[in-house]
Design a protein around this ligand. Structure first.
Ligand SMILES: [Zn+2]
Length: 266
């Protein structure tokens, strides 16, 4: 339908092209995948901070000292091997039975108490946190927002929408980062983003000194839990779709991760 593009779409294409030229080119860390990103990392971090503040107001925080201490320790170790601009790391354990975890730009990581029986060990928890941090470093939220902006916002509104005070940007951010009426309901990551977070996360946990072999165990326990629950997929599964490709891919990159793990321990 390119031949009969309406003036509105024509305008959108022109503005989009200009933005793509100025700010759109990026590559994902470790994998080198090309991405379209229309939001800079400072704007993104600001949106993440606002969303995290809302989630903290709406969700009880766990007072379990031991679990909190483990989350802080594992979280800091992984964050120390990752260089993300504008990151102000914060790791919060939320009191919720849903086996879920999430990450927001700017380095805001939330883990639900409901996932701890599945993570079991420090390395199990490291698998989850490294996966979430990989979503942040690869800027998967900004990538989704950029795709939504290109699809939904017309011509002249696009430039205005990219201003941090714009309600359009806010709405898209709410959608992308799941701060709607119900906390934790996020748009699913694409299969590409999901597998990328697994692959990059595996390297991060290894560099932080956690045995990457344990990532396989975690995802197997997680799969078993999902099959046994029978009440439909838990939240982490709907935002982090699971398939057989996941464990197969981890096994493909395991040798590289083990080499990095051994190098990190020397
Ligand atoms: Zn994920």
């Amino acid at each position: 339908m390119l031949a009969v593009a309406s003036p509105r779409w024509h305008r959108l294409l022109v503005v989009s092209f200009a933005l793509l030229t100025v700010a759109g080119c990026a590559t994902a860390p470790e994998t080198g995948r090309r991405q379209v990103l229309l939001i800079d990392s400072a704007q993104e971090a600001q949106l993440g901070l606002q969303s995290f503040q809302k989630i903290k107001r709406d969700t009880p925080v766990s007072r379990d000292r031991q679990a909190n201490a483990q989350l802080q320790s594992v979280g800091r170790r992984i964050a120390s091997v990752v260089n993300i601009p504008h990151a102000d790391w914060e790791f919060v354990l939320f009191e919720s039975d849903e086996p879920n975890a999430f990450a927001l730009p700017g380095g805001k990581i939330g883990v639900n108490t409901g996932i701890l029986p599945i993570t079991q060990t420090e390395a199990g928890l490291a698998t989850v946190i490294a996966h979430e941090i990989a979503h942040v470093s690869a800027r998967h939220g900004a990538e989704r927002m950029s795709q939504d902006l290109l699809v939904q916002v017309g011509g002249t509104a696009l430039t205005a929408a990219l201003g941090s005070q714009s309600s359009v940007t806010r709405d898209l951010a709410m959608q992308a980062y799941g701060v709607g009426t119900e906390v934790g309901v996020m748009l699913p990551y694409s299969r590409t983003q999901e597998l990328e977070a697994d692959r990059v996360g595996l390297l991060y946990m290894a560099r932080a000194g956690f045995d990457p072999n344990e990532a396989v165990g975690f995802w197997e326990r997680f799969q078993a839990e999902n099959r046994g629950s029978g009440t439909g997929a838990p939240a982490f599964l709907s935002t982090h779709p699971l398939d057989d490709a996941r464990i197969a891919q981890i096994q493909r990159f395991l040798a590289q991760a083990i080499a990095e793990y051994q190098a990190a321990r020397r």
